[in-house]
Design a protein around this ligand. Structure first.
Ligand code: PHE
Length: 345
């Protein structure tokens, strides 16, 4: 076998086994490159007699062309095989069943709020909202809490300036509404409020309230009791009992703290952590609107009376869902939240 034949066979054999572009390139350099096998043979032509040179030259060139063609062909074959494999891998099976996307759900605080709002809307209340950055005038003064009144201690907050603050309750929405509307007024004010409280099991410096206000002729404490009893049964369950305890708020007179029979133990109190064995839990503050507040807000207190109440939405949600720690609502751990979304999260 002469040198050319052996280069040919050797090269075609190696090419047959090549499986990628790098191997082909390596072969190209090894055979056809500047220092390649075929190039070396061409250089050695000087040793031949002038008569032999043209025929040998032609043979070498023919072989070079053949090998170049084979290399190009092989590299095209590899490329098309790779493309085929990629297309196959990317094929979409449109008949395959779809993958369920994780669906979000209402946050337990929001669903509690919705339930509360819906309950009052069904009784004829309208929803009113107001700013979270509020004037001292609406947050305190109009609600009969003058500067230096001790009731301000329990509602310390963040002040932007002497008269601009983060509202401590949604009661300023009631003041704004009374100033802007004539009785009959029947409103519910849901919204975020702020206080200088440390975050713990039952407190947060930012929380949600839902306050309500009714002003009309002839409104009595009986209306307040009946309305709040409906609220308690709708939100905490049909069998829940309601109890009123005397209390104090500067903007209501008389005032009452409202307890419901403990939804966790059914009111028995036995070994109950939620009501600490008392059978009752406090859910809101309420009272008959102080006539002085009506007057401050431009309503004739000889003609009209009213009642107001303020519900802490976190507290209501803790009772409704038996959640022992308020902070769980804010951490947004999806393992916690998924429990309120029927596993949809
Ligand atoms: N504004 C009171 C508070 O945030 C709640 C309340 C509202 C009490 C209306 C009585 C009447 O503490």
């Amino acid at each position: 076998m002469d040198a050319l034949t052996s280069i040919r066979e050797e090269t075609l054999k190696k090419l047959g086994g090549a499986s990628n572009e790098a191997e082909i390139e390596q072969l190209r350099v090894q055979v056809l490159g500047r220092k390649g096998e075929l190039t070396a043979i061409l250089r050695s032509m000087g040793q031949l007699s002038p008569g032999e040179r043209p025929a040998f030259g032609q043979k070498v060139n023919a072989l070079r062309e053949e090998i170049e063609g084979a290399l190009t062909q092989k590299s095209a074959a590899i490329e098309s095989a790779q493309k085929g494999a990629r297309i196959k891998a990317e094929t979409l099976d449109i008949s395959a069943p779809g993958e369920a996307l994780p669906a979000g759900a209402a946050h337990p605080l929001m669903s509690t709020m919705e339930k509360i709002v819906k309950t009052f809307v069904n009784m004829g209340f309208r929803v009113e909202e107001g700013p979270e950055i509020e004037l001292d005038h609406f947050n305190f003064e109009l609600l009969n809490i003058p500067k230096n009144h001790p009731a301000r201690d329990a509602q310390d907050t963040l002040y932007f300036s002497e008269n601009i603050l983060l509202r401590t309750h949604t009661s300023p929405v009631q003041a704004r509404t009374m100033l802007g509307q004539k009785p009959p007024i029947r409103i519910i004010c849901p919204g975020r409020v702020y206080r200088a409280d440390e975050l713990d099991l039952t407190h947060s410096p930012a929380f949600i309230q839902c306050e309500g206000l009714v002003v009309d002729e002839g409104i009595t404490m009986a209306d307040l009791k009946g309305t709040l009893a409906v609220f308690a049964r709708e939100v905490f369950g049909e069998s829940v009992q309601v109890r009123f305890r005397p209390s104090f708020f500067p903007f209501t007179e008389p005032s009452a703290e409202v307890d419901v029979s403990c939804p966790a133990c059914g009111g028995s109190g036995e070994n109950c952590r939620v009501c600490k064995g008392t059978g009752w839990v406090e859910v809101l503050g309420s009272g008959m609107v102080n006539p002085r507040v009506l007057e401050l807000c431009g309503i004739d207190s000889t003609k009209y009376t009213g009642f107001a109440f303020g519900i802490g939405v976190e507290r209501a949600a803790m009772l409704k869902y038996n959640v022992p720690d308020m902070r769980l609502f804010y951490e947004n751990d999806s393992r916690f939240l998924a429990q309120f979304s029927k596993g949809r999260l």
